[in-house]
Design a protein around this ligand. Sequence first.
Ligand code: NDP
Ligand code: ZN
Length: 351
Amino acid sequence: MKGFAMIKIGETGWIEKETPKCGPLDAICKPLALAPCTSDIHTVWEGAIGERHNMILGHESCGEVVEVGSLVKDFKPGDKVLIPAITPDWNSLEAQAGYSMHSGGMLAGWKFSNFKDGVFSEFFHVNDADGNLALIPDGIKVEHAPMLSDMVPTGFHGAELADVQYGDTVLVIGIGPVGLMSVAGANLRGASRIYAVGTRPKCIEAAKFYGATDIISYKNGPIDKQVLDLTHGKGVDKVIIAGGDVDTFEEAIKALKAGGKIGNVNYLGSGTYVKIPRVEWGVGMGHKQINGGLMPGGRLRMEKLGSLVAIGKLDLSKLITHTFKGFEKVEDALYLMKDKPADLIKPVVVI
Ligand code: NDP
Ligand code: ZN
């Protein structure tokens, strides 16, 4: 079979591989639609997960089941399925402890294009099919479905990690596709004012669509100063971080009220330490919590988030700015993501 792969750090290309084997609990799928991710760019061009050779890329897809293992109960060949980017082993101790995304070790629930070949392939392997696949509900377009693999669950997890409650004022730092879904997630959880941080006009328009009430540019000075100005010195109840770097935590802490919570889903690609300002962190006693997490995967999450889209409470159309047709276009889509023109939010490839 053919797949689009990371040949080594800094190099990509098309390769031929054996079709993956299906274990008793597993499924083999073929893609119906694919999307590249900022994480694929970190993986190939920043060496984020270390060196990999001839590893097929991609973790955002929806697909059709072509084969299931002998112990799979709920899926059969021909089923059209949502497939999460994170596919935990559901019988692991970590999953039993409530942290399925870390099944098998920290961050090890992330298998596609990390510990095994990803989904930019004619066929790909899904572990624990009953635990990780979900039927695509009626009413979800195939080209929208890959957004449920990662962008929706990651952005929404930011809102969960920040523990957004009715009426909370929320600062969302970063309004790429992940941050936009954090805005949407915070809005669905009942946030009042949502301050969204970003500069690209297309993202700003989408942020307003998903519920942002105020837009802040990080290029106009420290985010915390702007938030304190807008809130008459009070700060916000919750912060979701979906962009920036290790220094962003300083701004987040300073913008947060005592007792507030930060939910980070941003990938921190460089720097040794995260910066926490001592005084604004209440000299160690401000009850300002910081939670950072990899998105939860799995079937239940896919079914629940899918139902929000199917019922019309979450419109994914504003996320997708570029649509390609044909499997081989996944290369162009990945390079578009790498070049990140100002009008790009998310590209999708329909097969
Ligand atoms: P994008 O690069 O599309 O968006 C980043 C956003 O951050 C943009 O809005 C950008 O603004 C803004 N930004 C850039 N620099 C700063 C700064 N200094 N201060 C504040 N905001 C800034 O990324 P994605 O939305 O695709 O992904 C966001 C992050 O989430 C990535 O790091 C990705 O790797 C990570 N991720 C995490 C996952 C998880 O499970 N935890 C899963 C998937 C992705 P501008 O408008 O100017 O471009
Ligand atoms: Zn992704």
